[in-house]
Design a protein around this ligand. Structure first.
Ligand SMILES: N[C@@H](CCC(=O)N[C@@H](CS)C(=O)NCC(=O)O)C(=O)O
Length: 205
């Protein structure tokens, strides 16, 4: 059984999406960031950097319990355990998936989080920061849109690469500034939104 520790944020949705796509038995374990539950000593044993998402698999490699944090590592672990096209084994296809998986987890999401902070949560109005991060997010949308002009999904078939980028495109694009300038990204967003696993992952607690 896999326990998924999450909250209703971009990275939390990534973990929920991959576990729903995998079809593996799991339990949802909400970690309420608004109550600072990520700092509870028991949780810090799983996620030392006090971040969601995290996971515990009672039946990890060799049958041993494994704990994991970092959304990218969780996407990879769950998809590999499930097998199939979400994280392909063939080296060239896997390399393409990893390129866009890491683009999501190390470039796009951290920058989109800064955009979200200054647009929606920062206590002061900071026009320069808003402008700066809006330009960066639009640049990322353009990069993704260009890739999706050539491929149905970021690395060919639907994979963890798409899950790595979807939540911030959906929140800040489709449900935010709009995707009118990015037709390929809009088509991709709608296709992923329609997936039953996405619907389950984005349903309330
Ligand atoms: N690189 C990490 C980032 C995770 C992250 O930023 N988590 C945020 C919510 S989206 C969090 O848990 N923040 C609470 C805190 O920092 O105390 C990942 O991809 O999982």
């Amino acid at each position: 059984m896999i326990d998924i520790y999450f909250w209703l944020t971009d990275n939390g949705r990534k973990a929920l999406q991959i576990i729903e796509e995998s079809g593996l038995p799991h339990r949802r374990r909400p970690v309420d960031l608004t109550k600072k539950e990520q700092f509870q000593p028991e949780y810090l044993k799983i996620s030392p950097g006090h971040k969601i998402p995290a996971m515990v698999d009672d039946e990890g490699p060799g049958g041993a319990r494994i704990t994991l944090c970092e959304s990218g590592a969780i996407l990879k672990y769950v998809a590999e355990k499930a097998g199939g096209a979400l994280y392909p084994a063939e080296p060239t296809r896997r390399a393409a998936v990893e390129q866009w998986l890491f683009y999501g987890s190390s470039t796009f999401t951290p920058l989109a989080q800064q955009y979200g902070l200054f647009m929606h949560r920062f206590p002061e109005d900071v026009p320069q920061a808003k402008k700066h991060y809006a330009e960066i997010v639009r640049d990322c949308f353009g990069v993704l849109d260009a890739q999706l002009a050539k491929n149905a999904y970021l690395a060919g078939d639907f994979s963890v690469a798409d899950i790595s980028c979807y939540p911030d495109v959906h929140m800040h694009g489709a449900k935010g500034m709009g995707l009118g300038d990015y037709p390929n990204l809009a088509r991709w967003d709608a296709a992923i939104e329609a997936r039953p696993a996405t619907q389950r992952a984005w349903a309330s607690l």
